[in-house]
Design a protein around this ligand. Structure first.
Ligand code: MG
Ligand code: MG
Ligand code: MG
Length: 305
């Protein structure tokens, strides 16, 4: 019986490409695996899949009775609802230790690097398996996406090294230009509904028994949001009510100015002020140099919750 490999809910490029790259590696190693996804493909990932001629993994949201590998997450809140009825054979991830547990021993490749695909690249090297040219191109794009073309504070030397080696395999000289092309695709926010935007890269966390949702949109120019803030806020409020969340945050990240306009909807806004040591006016605040949810937002929220 095949093992399924998938990333987090509301999958990003790292989750989708990671499922494909890890599945390819596992299959080369003699396991029978199938990459899947828990949600819709975002425009950036679609661009990458089309560019390198790959199909999106199958949509699959239920895994009871199945064996699985998880990539790019280990949080219950980002898992399929029946994850407890699945057997987790392994986890490949670059996030904080999550709250999933297993009944059986498992394989874990968890490293504090900027992208899960950097770890998958290291696994290919470890097993001495060759990476096909087009797959290397997609893995390279995943690293450029997660590290915001090496600008994110999550980016390590291992990420830049893996990215450059993948670019060589993919025979892509100007990989940073391709990275910018990806972020331009990401910056096209006008063709999506406001709800789609808030949910495009959205993650729920359990913080001290409270549900906190944090979305992020990374664009090359924040002015694209100028005339839609009110509508974004009203979608955030709806999400807060519908999901019984304590707080919903939306990070509008400007990858050129390198900072984040944080939109806040919360039962207790003073907690958010305390978390970041800032004043919040009209439910928003500019946080200079803040680009990473996992490193610059979540740890500070965890502290106050
Ligand atoms: Mg991810
Ligand atoms: Mg990732
Ligand atoms: Mg990200």
């Amino acid at each position: 019986m095949a093992t399924f490999i998938f990333g987090h809910t509301t999958p990003d490029t790292d989750s989708i490409i990671g499922a494909i790259s890890l599945s390819y590696l596992k299959n080369q190693l003699g396991e029978e695996t199938i990459p899947t996804r828990q949600g819709e493909i975002n425009p950036e990932t679609k661009f990458i899949l089309e560019k390198f001629g790959y199909k999106a993994p199958e949509l699959k949201t239920s895994y009871a009775g199945e064996s699985v590998y998880l990539i790019d997450f280990m949080e219950r809140s980002q898992s399929p609802k029946d994850i407890d009825e699945a057997t987790i054979l392994g986890i490949v991830d670059h996030h904080k230790l999550g709250d999933l547990t297993t009944a059986t021993p498992l394989e874990m490749w968890v490293r504090p690097v900027g992208c899960s695909n950097t770890i998958v690249k290291q696994m290919f090297d470890y097993y001495n398996i060759e990476i096909p040219k087009e797959l290397a191109g997609m893995m390279m794009c995943a690293i450029l996406s997660d590290t915001v073309i090496f600008k994110s504070p999550t980016c390590t030397k291992e990420d830049t090294k893996a990215c450059k080696e993948l670019a060589q395999i993919a025979q892509i000289e100007d990989y940073k230009a391709l990275g910018m092309e990806m972020f331009n695709v990401k910056s096209d926010v006008l063709s999506a509904t406001k709800r789609e935007l808030v949910l495009r890269d959205f993650k729920d966390f359990n913080m001290g028994g409270k549900k906190v949702g944090v979305g992020q949109l990374e664009v090359v120019d924040l002015s694209v949001f100028d005339n839609m803030k009110d509508e974004l806020f009203s979608e955030m409020k709806k999400l807060k009510e519908e999901g019984s969340r304590d707080t919903v945050l939306l990070m509008l990240t400007d990858i050129i100015q390198e900072g984040t306009q944080l939109l806040v909807v919360s039962d207790d806004i003073s907690k958010i002020k305390e978390a970041f040591g800032v004043e919040i006016e009209n439910n928003q605040v500019w946080l200079p140099k803040v680009m990473s949810r996992k490193k610059q937002i979540i740890p500070f929220l965890e502290k106050v919750f």
